[in-house]
Write a new protein. Structure first.
Length: 60
């Protein structure tokens, strides 16, 4: 499954996922459906758009 990554935060940061969670909270406040996931290969926390959000486009 493919996901859109909004931002990437290093897992080695002393605060762990704190920065990623804060960034995700701001995006949720803007109305985006996002979650924080751990990418083991790159050792980073990713803020990604949830699949149902990706498929929803404005019908202008």
């Amino acid at each position: 499954m493919r996901r859109t990554v909004l931002e990437k935060f290093p897992a080695g940061d002393p605060r762990g996922s704190w920065h990623a969670e804060e960034y995700a909270r701001h995006r949720r406040d803007e109305g985006l459906a996002v979650e924080v996931v751990m990418d083991l290969e790159s050792d980073a926390f990713l803020v990604v758009v949830l699949p149902q959000q990706q498929q929803t486009e404005p019908a202008w």
